[in-house]
Design a protein around this ligand. Structure first.
Ligand SMILES: Cc1cc2nc3c(=O)[nH]c(=O)nc-3n(C[C@H](O)[C@H](O)[C@H](O)COP(=O)(O)O)c2cc1C
Length: 178
């Protein structure tokens, strides 16, 4: 799939997934896209845990029982960063940005391979969800689960969100220029 088609076709899928496993070679290609993402000072701070073991997935489902895509996915990509990121440029750490760049690359790769996914982040911050899933996956205390992405083939239609028009959010040569 052409890159611009993948960008346009990507959307957050929050429906159920088909009971069809995702081949490891596809999961590796998706995560490789994450590994290839840019990172601040090329520090490559994000690590990835790919979950396709049914028992592990069941344990994770039990923690986030309200999340529909998580309930039926047969593969889950978990992105891990430092719990307390060290500054690497003046006082700044770029670990959140590094992780976000990797996630967007992976979402595009997922779309290009005709799978669906959704960026799960906000829900991890509630009720110690990230810590509970981190414990299941053996994530050490100095690391934290930042973003997860269920991956699979869609079992249902799910509406796309409309984006605002170019001229409403982007201008040449100055803020709100015509
Ligand atoms: C930083 C960030 C956090 C997000 N957290 C969640 C989340 O916890 N659960 C969820 O369903 N979607 C989450 N999303 C997906 C957004 O809700 C989604 O991208 C937005 O509604 C636009 O829809 P689209 O992805 O279909 O373009 C998150 C997206 C970002 C960038």
């Amino acid at each position: 799939m052409d890159l611009f088609d993948a960008i346009r076709q990507r959307f957050s899928y929050r429906g159920a997934f088909l009971k069809q496993s995702v081949p490891r070679e596809d999961l590796e290609a998706i995560v490789q896209a994450g590994l290839d993402a840019p990172s601040g000072k090329n520090m490559q701070t994000t690590s990835f845990i790919i979950v396709d073991d049914p028992e592990l997935l069941d344990s994770i489902r039990a923690i986030a029982s309200h999340n529909k895509p998580l309930q039926s996915c047969l593969a889950l990509i978990c992105c891990v960063i430092d719990q307390y990121p060290e500054p690497i440029y003046h006082d700044f750490s770029f670990q959140i940005e590094d992780c976000s760049a990797a996630v967007e690359n992976m979402l595009l790769a997922i779309t290009a391979l005709e799978y669906r996914s959704v960026w799960l982040d906000g829900m991890l911050r509630l009720e110690s969800c990230a810590e509970k899933i981190g414990a299941i996956l053996g994530i050490p205390p100095n690391k934290k689960l930042q973003i997860m992405m269920p991956v699979g083939l869609p079992a249902e239609e799910y509406p796309r969100r409309e984006k605002r028009l170019f001229h409403e959010r982007a201008w040449f040569n100055g803020w709100k220029h015509d």
